[in-house]
Write a protein that binds this ligand. Sequence first.
Ligand code: DX5
Ligand code: ZN
Length: 221
Amino acid sequence: MREKTTLLAPSILSADFTNLARSIETAEKAGADWIHCDVMDGHFVPNITFGPFIVQAIAKCTNLVIDTHLMISDPDRYIEDFIKAGSNQVTVHQETCPHLHRSIQLIRDNGAKAGVSINPATPVSTLESILPDLDLVLLMSVNPGFGGQKFIPSSIAKIRRLDDMRNALNPDMTIAVDGGVTVHNAQELVSAGADALIAGTAFFRAENPAEAAAKIRSATR
Ligand code: DX5
Ligand code: ZN
């Protein structure tokens, strides 16, 4: 079993957008590892957030890893823009990429780490062929579109299955879990195989974000 600290990625979606720099500072001081940027297009998901312009502003405020989650149709059109804006890793959805291998190559050719995300209803088995080419899988544990939703319990079995696949096909790959992560379920997620936890509400809306971050990061395998 690997002994390593759990990576924490606060999702900027739940931050105070009237003062992004301060929100990012809160994340840095709390020991966050990545800043998770949720990009939504009102087409693949029923909500619209922001584009490369805001990602660039976020990247200017911090040296933390900029982890960009593209919940958009036809992401290939924008991958280069998001990497130029400062994204260190870019995750596309399996459901939006008919030529997933090409999308992953595009991310890597532009110098970023490449991830694939799957919705709660998409089986992990759909990732088998692409897994050796990935730096990261972002497993959605809510239906993407909004922060503050309830964790879907069947996600735990998916993390375990993905962990088995990872051990067989790509041991260096990171498993991230996104949606409904709390200080209460963090340990269960990490025990199942998660390396990185995305937390919007549980971090930015916590009474004491630093305390919440410490609890989440203390989860061990
Ligand atoms: C959901 C986004 C998540 C979201 C997580 O579509 O991909 O990153 O911001 O928010 P919480 O932690 O509040 O569920
Ligand atoms: Zn996300």
